[in-house]
Each structure stands twice: as C-alpha cells, then as structure tokens.
Write a protein that binds this ligand. Sequence first.
Ligand code: SAH
Ligand code: SF4
Length: 394
Amino acid sequence: MNEAQLLDLTQPQLAELLSGWGEPPYRARQVWEWLYRKLADDPAQMTNLPAGLRVRLAAETRIDPLEVVYEQRSADRHTTKWLFRLPDGLTIETVLMRYDQRRTVCISTQAGCAMGCVFCATGQAGLARNLTAGEIVAQVLFAARRLASGDLPAPPAAALSAFASLGSLRASSPEFPDEGRGQPTAADAARLTNIVVMGMGEPLANYGRTWQALRTITDPQAFGLGARHITVSTVGLPQGIRRMAEEPLQVNLAVSLHAPNDALRSQLLPVNRRYPIAELMAAVHDYVAKTNRRVTFEYALMDGVNDLPELAHELAALLKPLRSPAGGVLCHVNLIPLNPVAESPYQPSAPEASAEFQAILERSGVPATVRMRRGIDIEAGCGQLRRRVGQIER
Ligand code: SAH
Ligand code: SF4
C-alpha cells in the first residue's frame, strides 16, 4: 500500500508529484480534470496522457479507495445506499437520494464517531478513525459516476408528483436552493445537485480533511458543485462553527440540537456536558452575525422524551433571537421523527405530537418542518444514515 492516493492530493500536491516524475506542468491540470470532471477511476481512461504516464500512474498510484461491499436500493427506487470497505478494512456508508429535481449524496467523514449520542447507531460503536480527504471526495465521485452511468433505475415518475405540494416547504429550507426550477432534462438527471455531510462521523472533528474535500468538490476546475448546495451537519462543536464562519466557501450549517435545555441535551448528547447550549448558541450567534446565513437545527423527535409542548416553547425562545439586523429569521428547524436503532430504547414521536411541536414553533415565529421518513425499508440495520434519509427527502 505504498501507492500515492491521488484523491488525497490537492492540485499543487498533484503537480509536485508529476513534476517529480519529470512531467510538464500542464499534466497536473489534465489529470485533475480526468479525476474530477470526467470522473475517471482508472488511468487507462486518461486518453490524452502519454501511454508511459498512464502505465506509471496505474503502477504507483491509486484512484478509488472505496470497495463496494453492498449496494441496497429502497423499494421505491429513490434511495440507494452503499457500504464501502476502505483500504484498511474499515467500512463506511454513503447514501444517494433522488427526489424531484434533486440528487443528493449523504457522505461520511469518519469511520465511526466519538460523540456517543445515545440515539445514534454510529455513536454506539465509537470512533475508529478519521477519513482522509480522498476517502471523503471518493464517496461523491462514486455517486456521481453511478448517476452518470445511467445504470440506476429511474425513480417512478408518479412518485415525483406526490411531492409537488411540498414545494413551498422545500423552498423555505436553505439546503435545497435549486428546488422547483423547471423540469429536469436527461442530462440533469445524471448530475449530483446536493451534498449533505450527514453520514457517519462528526465533520467538525475531522475539520481539515473535510474542508480539503469540500474545496476539491467545489473547485470549478474539479467537480465544481456550488458551496450553497452543500450542508455540513455538526453535533455542535463551538470552535468548529466559528471556524466555518471564516471559510470562504459558503456551505450551509446544520446543528443537531435535539433538546432545548442542558439537562435533557446532556442526557441525549454527551458532548453537551463539554459544550453546553449557551456556548453552542454563542458560536451560532457569531456565525449568523458573520455570515448572515440561515442555520438549520435538527431535532429528532423522540416519544415522551423531547417532544413535549413545553419543550417546543423552550426551543422557540432559544432560537427566536437568531435574526438578521433587518429582522429576517435566520433559523429553520427540521423535525425528524426518530429512526429507532436497535441499541437504544428511544422511539419516534407520534404524528400528532410532531405536528403539535411544529405548530408551537411556527406560532412563535420559528419556521419548522416535519420531515417524512423515506427509504425506510433499506434503513434498517444501517449505521444512522437511516435518519438522514428521512430528513433530506421529506
Ligand atoms: N455528527 C454529525 C453529522 C452526522 S449525524 C451530527 O451529529 O450532526 C447526522 C444527523 O443524524 C444528526 O442530526 C444526528 O443527530 C441524526 N441522527 C443520528 N441518529 C439518528 C436517529 N436514530 N434518528 C434520527 N436522527 C438521527
Ligand atoms: Fe456522532 Fe452525529 Fe451520531 Fe452524534 S449523531 S454520535 S455526532 S454521528
């Protein structure tokens, strides 16, 4: 395993590798384009490179660090989930969701997670290691290749129209800025539109590699996806949130709140003992002041635990002050009925309790959406990608 992992390299690092091989400077640009624009996963495909260079790349470098262990599709064909094996044998999950005009990939940033949230399957197993930038980017490229290859069966057209009435809800959420614009063409349908960093792991605990991956993904000379089409979800690490506010890349921030007070939040998310709500919210206020961007709060509704009306009032009071200087609301709450995991006793809230919780938030001036859970038939037994499927695909 001494091969250079090509996807781990920045463009300058790639240029350095190739110039060390005696190649002219423009080769790095060519290889970069093959990797990220033409989605090559084999140097043999890089037909404008000299044969000798292709042979050397094949012998001394590796492109795709992901080996598919299984691919699973939901019965409605909207959702495809992959389990990948990494070069050291660890496994991670990636999910592709296709609804309406969005094709969203949900990617992992760590193998496991150290945060130990009690309702999360990934959290129960602990952290194995951070993913490399290449392993993060590779998940996006893999999904993009599969989309482009056309060998994923199209979701049934009838199911698409069922979502039309949700257009206004979607338009109100910053993660999906391209919602509702015209009909997709065949070429569009083969393209990824959104990325959510909501797979296994805590992205802000693997900050540098996650951002290197996002820079490559958004590089116009590479994959070229707009930063506003990317959402990073965090358990709420204040330093990471402040760092995000300074990033030139305008990716969306989602904060996994799940409880409006420290007593409850510390029970559910042990990290809250280290970074209590006041500290977390101070960082979010700084983020909003700096960026003027709306923050999404994720709230997994658990029956009888965090779904009581008084908690909705408490949550509204906590989030209401998140406003722009002009008075615009700069928060949105995603209410996601919990996806129960085998290791935990928590159960999803009943639909009536979810609706009541949402109504209280809305009446208090805090926009909130209850997300439908979808692709549930392939979610059973998966780390915790299951819930994102609900959240993302409303
Ligand atoms: N570590 C980051 C991103 C990955 S988890 C974070 O916690 O935000 C992505 C989202 O899934 C988080 O909002 C997390 O709270 C939520 N989640 C985890 N397990 C869940 C479950 N069983 N049901 C619903 N949401 C869950
Ligand atoms: Fe980690 Fe997020 Fe799961 Fe918490 S919810 S254990 S932070 S992956």
